[in-house]
Design a protein around this ligand. Structure first.
Ligand SMILES: C[S@@+](CC[C@H](N)C(=O)[O-])C[C@H]1O[C@@H](n2cnc3c(N)ncnc32)[C@H](O)[C@@H]1O
Length: 303
């Protein structure tokens, strides 16, 4: 049986391991040839096709990369590997919905053990601190009855806001990230679900604060989510989030770093349509990439 990490055929797996050695040495052609041999033995292995696409893309062989990503998708429609997003970035699919829940869950299940060290330590992540500072400017004393943390991850936003939230509920696609959050014993409930599906299950006017810290980088069109946030918020409840910013005319793009970036205008249109009012927005970076701040925004809307 093949999975993300194994083709299910020991000989093919060995060949794949050699391919990765060649890749590590920078010999992309030899690596791609060995992955092709792997796929001769395990032709339905979606992750193998994805890696072949990645090697082809890195070598500048665009059409061969596209072909390999398409094969990956054909053998795994849930797209754990993430071929759809790569196709979208190459302009071969619409950007919206290109990043599947299975892919995001697999990404963060893998990332969870080193997430905090990497994000806070290496990437200077400060999303939760920015959100707390922006909320403090608007509300004094800072106190919320029920807070929903969309894409709570390991619970960094919960840690930042625990003192001012009577009850916190975290939702995330990654079981491994939720396990880390659970170790902190901060949240009343931790739910493994897509953020939009979770909101749809919540009663109207049942939360005083909805947070999304660095989560929209995995979502394109946010209209449905904004609509649900507006429904779930109590009157005068707050919706606070950080997002990666782009300044072009599109409401969102799938960036070269494989993250979605959103525009001010896009956010404001979705909010207006949902009946939310902008209270504050600051152009602040929440994360760095190789030492360079990634353009971002911190925004708070009210019900
Ligand atoms: C960069 S991490 C940020 C985690 C946390 N909010 C923080 O500030 O540390 C993004 C998190 O969002 C989660 N995520 C992405 N898309 C999601 C979705 N559609 N529904 C629920 N969680 C999602 C990921 O699994 C991941 O844990």
């Amino acid at each position: 049986m093949h999975s993300f990490h194994t083709s299910g055929d020991p000989i093919a797996d060995r060949r794949f391991a050699y391919a990765m050695d060649y890749k590590a040495q920078g010999d992309l052609a030899a690596a791609a040839e060995l992955v092709e041999q792997t796929l001769d033995c395990a032709p339905r292995w979606a992750a193998g096709w994805y890696v072949l696409g990645d090697l082809r893309e890195e070598a500048g062989e665009r059409s061969k990369a596209i072909e390999a990503y398409r094969q990956s998708l054909a053998f795994d429609a849930s797209d754990v590997a993430g071929a759809g997003a790569r196709l979208a970035r190459l302009g071969e699919r619409p950007a919206d919905g290109a990043m599947t829940a299975s892919h995001v869950a697999a990404l963060f299940d893998e990332y969870a053990p080193r997430f905090e060290h990497s994000l806070v330590g290496d990437l200077s992540y400060r999303g939760p601190a920015l959100l707390k500072a922006a909320l403090s400017e608007l509300r004094q004393p800072l106190a919320f009855r029920r807070m929903l943390d969309l894409g709570c991850g390991t619970g960094l936003a919960g840690e930042a806001l625990q003192a001012c939230c009577a009850e916190m509920i975290g939702v995330d696609l990654s079981q491994a990230m939720l396990a880390k959050a659970g170790n902190k014993s901060l949240y009343r409930d931790l739910i493994c679900e897509d953020a939009l599906a979770f909101l749809e299950s919540q009663p109207a006017a049942s939360a005083e604060l909805v947070l999304a810290a660095d989560v929209f980088v995995y979502l394109g069109d946010l209209q449905a989510l904004f609509n649900e946030v507006a429904r779930v918020l109590e009157p005068n409840g707050l919706f606070a989030f950080t997002a990666q910013r782009h300044d072009g005319p599109e409401p969102f793009i799938l960036n070269h770093d494989m993250r979605y970036a959103h525009s001010h205008a896009g956010m404001e249109t979705w909010a207006r349509t949902a009946g939310l009012t902008l209270l504050c927005r600051n152009d602040e970076w929440a994360r760095q990439d190789r030492g360079i701040p990634v353009p971002g925004m911190v925004a708070i809307f009210a019900q």
